[in-house]
Design a protein around this ligand. Structure first.
Ligand code: 3H9
Length: 698
């Protein structure tokens, strides 16, 4: 018997325990261990019922994702689940933590399921570009009916024990959190009451009731919008439908297997699994040991009650950390606090917060007009206008007012953290905490280390990101850091493509077709066209060669984007949908004339290559300079900060899939045809191509 799965008898109950940290994933040793233990239970004449449970923090969290792509070692999970279900003795699953994916499928192979109150269940395979492949698509609808099974399997959302009981997935929710006691008590009840072996695969009443229903067509219609670009939710729907259309459970299982195999082969599965592990890897920063001390953050200050400052403050109040917001004028402070309240109330209207919680969170947010109130905060985040002189003046005041050991952070999205730190006598306490708008929603926190930032300040920032439920990525200091440095290259190229003859809508469509939620110009309208304009103006003032742009004209005409009702696109009152505007076309045509440009036909392929490959080239330079430690840091930055489609794994993973040689050839072509520093090939990219390597090999 393997040591990861043990069999012990307690009274008349054969207890099978899985112990395979951290999450009891169903790797080969666990699969064969369960199968052997169930056999042992069958052979044990004194066992009247069997109990399957797990040690540690959770029930089984699914198949072992690390085994995907390697040759499968027998027994496969579907066979193990069938083997459990075939038992002549009743088998009970006792669930704590999360029974996910293959873990829930094991539980569905059992004849009864009991859970502790805090347990959750789910089939999250879809989030990895897969479908439940060990009978989940066939067994779940036999318990819940079609609609609930479709919702769970196509979203991957977790369901709390009580709701799972209401849906028919769990038979009993225990009164206490002691999973072993709950399992033993339930198994004893099964024995005492002579409850029969109840195999889910043999249940047919839910299937009969919904035969021929149009629920699947309706569901697919809804998915077209909700799951745009994704493959797995549609295949999941096909698999669940097969439970209703197949002549037997076995036939349905065969269909599930085929569809699972198709998804396993897909690029989307590769991209999503890369994103899953990359998200976990970013928190392990090279050179920053796990046991680096952490500073205690109990109280936070935020400077600026504008959109960013308010959103940042909400993150702390949401997790119970008191936060004080400083403004220059009472009016601005009142306005900022009122907007925060309104945001919370809107969430409450949608049913996601109670009014009591709104008040609780508001009571954690205070306003002030003086930094004197920052004397006892552990962290201050400055979120004012992007101007170095203003930021430096604020940091020198913070240096005076804040206690020793307080972390002084800037939310700057582009400026030099070392220069900001130089305004203080404690550069080791200074760090960049770059939130993305809306700051209370977007998951990315780009954490910018200065030259002198102390290790415990970096570790505290990474830890804080987790506390406020963000994904923190630690990056180096340069203009725009990782995210905006790459974005600015894409933005300049997108503008140039329009100069050449493309329309803004054509550029945006290529990007949304790739899977971005919005295109470059729609995003510019959302952020405000004045932002890019002022960055270009600053750079021009600094003597850089920044060519004139039709977008400067938009800004000069006061077309600043959504906030003024028009930018590149126009907007109807109260509606965020971009509408192509003939006025913009006219302005672009005039601009081309002034510049002596004869517009030409620009292909979608050229747009894709110029917008994306320019970013990849910059990403390679960022890696070469050590601004990002690993290509996966860039991938996660783009997935969580800029809506890069997770199913493509992030820009650098995507580039690896396309082939770096192809990308380098295209970069060299545009170096000749378009020119400019942005098209000078990255030496790292050239080296990787010469060695036949990928970014993922670094
Ligand atoms: C499946 O089941 C297919 C079947 O239907 C069909 C098969 C035929 N495998 O997230 P955390 C690691 S597909 C291997 O930081 P948390 C994770 O990488 C699977 N490793 O903790 C990390 O490692 P490290 C369906 C896994 O408490 C460590 O465990 N299941 C797996 O925040 C801790 O993870 C899923 O999709 C795995 N399945 O969250 C569930 N899961 O320490 C995926 C985790 O080296 N998992 N690891 O960085 C999760 O959603 C979360 O990990 C969970 C815990 C909620 C369980």
């Amino acid at each position: 018997m393997s040591d990861v799965v043990t069999y012990n008898r307690e009274g008349a109950i054969g207890v099978i325990t899985v112990n395979y940290p951290p999450v009891n994933a169903l790797g080969h040793a666990v699969r064969s261990g369960i199968q052997n233990a169930v056999q042992q239970g069958q052979d044990d004449a004194d066992a009247k019922a069997l109990l399957i449970m797990a040690e540690g923090r959770t029930f089984m969290a699914g198949a072992d994702i690390r085994e995907f792509g390697k040759p499968m070692q027998e027994p496969g999970l579907p066979e193990v689940v069938n083997f459990i279900e075939a038992s002549d003795k009743p088998v009970v699953a006792a669930i704590h933590g999360t029974a996910l994916g293959g873990g829930l499928e094991v539980a569905l192979g059992c004849h009864y399921r009991v859970a502790v109150p805090s347990a959750k269940v789910g089939l999250p395979e879809v989030k990895l570009g897969l479908l439940p492949g060990a009978g989940g698509t066939q067994r779940l609808p036999r318990l819940t009916g079609a609609q609930k099974a479709l919702e769970m399997i196509t979203t991957g959302d977790f369901v709390a024990a009580k709701d799972a009981q209401a849906a028919g997935i769990i038979d009993e929710v225990a009164g206490s959190e002691d999973v072993k006691a709950a399992g033993l008590a339930f198994a004893q009840k099964v024995i005492d009451e002579g409850k029969p072996v109840r195999r889910v695969s043999e249940l047919t009443d839910k299937l009969e009731a919904e035969k021929g229903s149009d629920v699947f067509d309706k569901f697919r219609e809804g998915l077209k919008k909700k799951a745009r670009g994704l493959l797995a939710p549609f295949k999941c729907t096909d698999a669940v439908e097969a439970a209703f259309t197949s002549s037997s459970f076995e036939e349905g299982m065969k269909r599930e297997r085929e569809l699972f195999g198709e998804l396993m082969e897909s690029d989307q599965r590769a991209g999503l699994i890369h994103a899953f592990f990359a998200e976990r890897e970013v928190s392990k920063v090279p050179g920053l040991p796990k046991d680096t001390p952490i500073r205690d953050i109990k109280k936070v200050g935020v400077i600026g009650a504008g959109t960013m400052g308010g959103g940042i403050a909400m993150n702390f109040a949401n997790v119970g950390i008191p936060v004080t917001i400083a403004e220059v004028k009472q009016e601005a402070l009142d306005k900022g606090l009122a907007i925060i309240r309104k945001n919370y109330e809107n969430t409450a209207k949608k049913g996601r917060l109670t009014m009591e919680q709104v008040e609780e969170r508001m009571s954690l947010i205070n306003g002030t007009l003086t930094y004197d109130n920052f004397a006892d905060v552990d962290l201050v985040i400055e979120a004012v206008f992007e101007r170095m002189d203003i930021k430096k003046s604020i940091f020198s005041q913070l240096d005076e007012k804040c206690k020793p050991g307080a972390i002084l952070a800037s939310n700057t999205s582009t400026l030099d953290i070392d220069e900001i730190a130089s305004a203080t006598k404690r550069p080791e306490d200074v760090i960049g905490l770059h939130f993305f708008s809306p700051a209370n929603v977007m998951k990315l926190l780009e954490i910018v280390r200065g030259e002198k930032t102390a290790d415990d300040v970096k570790a505290t920032a990474m830890n804080l990101a987790k506390r406020i439920k963000k994904v923190g990525v630690l990056v180096g200091n340069c203009h725009g850091f990782v995210g905006n440095r790459m974005l600015h290259k894409r933005g300049a190229e997108a503008m140039a493509l329009v100069n050449d003859g493309a329309t803004p809508q054509q550029v945006d469509k290529v990007l949304t077709d790739l899977g971005f939620p919005m295109g470059q110009f729609a995003m510019g309208d959302l952020a405000g066209i004045d932002i890019g304009y002022s960055i270009r103006e600053e750079r021009r003032k600094a003597g850089e060669d920044v060519p004139p742009s039709w977008m400067d004209k938009l800004a000069e005409q006061g077309r600043l984007g959504q906030k003024t009702g028009a930018g590149t696109y126009k907007y109807e009152e109260g509606n965020r949908k971009p509408i192509p505007d003939p006025e913009t076309d006219k302005l672009i045509a005039e601009f081309r004339k002034e510049q002596g440009i004869t517009p030409r036909e620009v292909s979608d392929q050229e747009i894709l290559e110029r917008c994306m490959y320019v970013m990849i080239n910059e990403g390679a330079k960022i890696l070469d300079e050590g601004i990002a430690d690993r290509s996966l840091d860039i991938d996660i930055t783009w997935i969580y900060g800029y809506g890069f489609p997770a199913y493509r794994g992030g820009p650098m993973f995507w580039a690896d899939q396309i082939g770096l040689d192809k990308i380098l050839d295209a970069i060299k072509k545009y170096q000749k045809e378009v020119g400019g520093k942005q098209w000078e090939p990255s030496p790292l990219l050239e080296k990787l191509v010469a060695e036949g390597k990928k970014f993922g090999d670094l």
